[in-house]
Each structure stands twice: as C-alpha cells, then as structure tokens.
Ligand binder design. Structure first.
Ligand code: SAH
Ligand code: MG
Length: 190
C-alpha cells in the first residue's frame, strides 16, 4: 500500500514527503514516544499513514482543504485499516477549530502560510510538544535563488525566508534545522 501511494504521488505530482524526510519524522516519533499528532496538509494521506504505522499508540488528526485529495486520503486510510487512528478533516486549516493538545504538530501545507499555521496551532501544542515544518529548502531554491524560474516560486522563497526569520527571532520557541528531505525545522518551547 505504501509503495502504491508513492507511485500514485509520483504519477499525479502530489508533493508527498521525500523518503529520508518521512523516515526521519517517523524515527523521531518512535524515539520520543509521540502519541498525538496534528498534521496540516494531508494530501493523499501518505505521511499521516506512515506516522500512524510507527506503532499502535499513535493518533493522527490531519487537515486537507482539497476535496479530491481528501477523498483519495480517506480511501487510503481505510485500505490501511487506520480509520480509528487517523481523523481526517476536510477544511481550510486557516479556519479549522481544533480542540485538544498534541505532542507533535506537523506543518506541511501551503508554504506561504507557515507563520499563520505556526501561530494558530501553537495553542494546541502540549507543554513539551514540538512543531515540525517541512520544505524549508523548497527544492534548493531558498539557498540558491538563481534556480528560481517563476514569480510564484520567488514569492514562496520570500515567504519561507520570512518564516525562518520568524523562527529565529521567536521568543517562545527555539528551532533547529535538519538537512533531510526538503529541509525540516524542529521548534521546541524555550
Ligand atoms: N503531508 C503530505 C503532503 C502534503 S502536500 C505528505 O507528505 O504525504 C500539501 C497539502 O496541503 C496539499 O494537498 C494542499 O491541498 C494542502 N493545503 C494547502 N493549504 C492548505 C490549507 N490552508 N488547509 C488545508 N490544507 C492545505
Ligand atoms: Mg512537504
């Protein structure tokens, strides 16, 4: 099933996490005994399913705004028998009201909204919880701007840089950056 989802993502250009990025994330969940996860940006459910498969205690709440991808994710979650441990919500995560606390919040949605997601959902973070954000490298474009081809890409790179500044200057969280996959940030409360 995992292989099928990876093939589907490749064929349909769904930007799921890169192999070493998702491996790193799953390993982190295992090592830190993380149980409750909130994910922003489910796409077809790939990363939610991978995280839920770490062990039987993991519970994932995940939000996706695109209906076609949401439907695909629901199908995949069901096929993996994870309906009980993955709660997927069809909504724009900028507006969703989520109750409860999570040990891990994983932000992997529209890159321009990272600051908004971070601010909004830190209210749902448990005391020792962490926020991990994906795509800080944006395929190498953040480091090497000569690779930027479109105006849209330029806008996203600017937003990611703003997000990095926001993290570096944040008074409540300290952040480390990990060079796996497309670049991850790991933010903990100070
Ligand atoms: N985490 C997934 C990949 C997510 S791709 C994985 O690795 O398997 C990013 C997804 O975020 C896209 O499907 C996009 O539709 C969704 N998205 C973007 N902005 C969003 C928003 N404001 N609310 C909810 N989902 C959003
Ligand atoms: Mg991503």
């Amino acid at each position: 099933m995992i292989k099928e989802m990876e093939a589907y993502a490749k064929e349909n250009k769904v930007p799921i996490m890169l192999p070493d990025g998702i491996d790193y994330l799953c390993n982190y969940i295992k090592e830190h005994s993380i149980k409750n996860i909130l994910e922003i940006g489910s796409a077809i459910g790939y990363s939610a399913i991978r995280m839920a498969m770490v062990n039987d205690y993991v519970m994932v709440t995940t939000i996706e705004k695109d209906e076609a991808r949401y439907n695909e994710a629901v199908k995949n979650i069901h096929k993996c028998n994870l309906d009980k441990r993955i709660n997927i919500i069809l909504d724009d995560a900028l507006n969703t009201k989520i109750d409860g606390e999570f040990d891990l919040i994983f932000i992997d949605a529209s890159k321009g909204n990272n600051i908004n997601f971070f601010k909004k959902y830190s209210a749902n973070l448990s005391k020792y919880g962490i926020i991990i954000t994906d795509n800080l490298f944006f395929h190498g474009l953040v480091k090497d701007e000569s690779l930027i081809m479109t105006k849209n890409q330029r806008g996203i790179v600017r937003k990611i840089k703003e997000f990095i500044t926001f993290l570096d200057e944040n008074e409540d969280f300290s952040t480390e950056y990990i060079s796996v996959g497309d670049g991850l940030s790991i933010s903990k409360r100070k």
